[in-house]
Design a protein around this ligand. Structure first.
Ligand code: 2HA
Ligand code: ZN
Length: 264
């Protein structure tokens, strides 16, 4: 009985908590953002036997590293504020087929997954293929970071990473691999997914021009914290600019000292 599965319930409660933060932060206007979390370890035995509650849907490529995996995925067109209050009315569990070519919704309501699902699954599949212990893909629309993505100056991985790192020490510590940058692509397309995957080779977080940000990781709350810290840095930079000066930023030596102190 999945209702009584405490490990799954805890994971869903964390997703609901994060969805609420995305809304409160003002990062989830309309149906903005989407979340997928690999919950296979929590539900493995139970879910392999469950009867699908909707038709099979083919995947754009074979997801060889996600065979029989189960994901909680937010629904297409759904609002984060309602994912927060009613996760099972605004998202569902899907199970990837044994051959990795299609998926089926298995629980709890036939809520169709986000339009970004093929791209999320491609990322999950890629990260597993290179041995990264990834469970989460979280995409959202932080106002301050998107504002920065409207300037060519910040659409450079080193430039945006170094500027954000230099605003507060936490940022250097919590995002040691910095940000990857993807030039504008149409939302929901495999072009956007493939360009993102290219950046995930060297980063855990990817900045999408004039659109938003995507974080990958083991834990959904940690993914939120990473984006929250980047957003804080962006706010400090923009607040200083609005006050009429360019912030100094921490020096290179101050940043390097963090690498030593925190073994980054
Ligand atoms: O789900 O944010 O990028 C709505 C979006 C698409
Ligand atoms: Zn988006």
């Amino acid at each position: 009985m999945l209702e009584k599965n405490e490990v799954l319930n805890t994971e869903i409660a964390k997703i609901a908590e994060v969805a609420g933060y995305l809304w409160i932060k003002g990062w989830a206007e309309y149906n903005g953002g989407n979340i997928s979390v690999n919950v296979t370890p929590a539900v493995e035995d139970e879910c392999q036997k469950m009867t699908p509650i909707a038709d099979k849907i083919s995947l754009p490529a074979v997801m060889g590293h996600l065979k029989d995996n189960v994901f909680y995925v937010t629904g297409t067109g759904k609002r984060m504020r309602y994912v927060s209050s009613s996760p099972w009315e605004n998202g569902s569990l899907i199970r990837i087929s044994h051959d990795g070519t299609y998926y089926e919704i298995i629980y709890k309501n036939p809520i169709r997954p986000t339009s970004e699902l093929p791209s999320h699954l491609s990322m999950h599949n890629y990260l597993r293929s290179i041995g990264r212990k990834n469970n989460v893909v979280l995409h959202t629309h932080p106002t301050d970071l998107i504002a920065l993505s409207h300037s060519q100056k910040w659409l450079d991985s080193d430039a945006i990473t170094n500027m954000l790192w230099s605003m507060i020490p936490e940022c250097r510590i919590i995002t040691p691999k910095g940000l990857g940058v993807v030039p504008y692509e149409i939302p929901g397309t495999m072009d956007l997914a493939n360009a993102t995957i290219e950046q995930l080779k060297n980063h855990d977080i990817v900045f999408w021009e004039k659109h938003g940000i995507l974080a990958t990781g083991i834990d959904v709350v940690d993914c939120f914290d990473v984006i929250d810290t980047l957003s804080k840095s962006a706010q400090i930079y923009l607040n200083a600019r609005m006050a009429g000066f360019t912030p100094e930023g921490m020096t290179e030596t101050q940043l390097d000292d963090l690498v030593t102190a925190f073994h980054l």
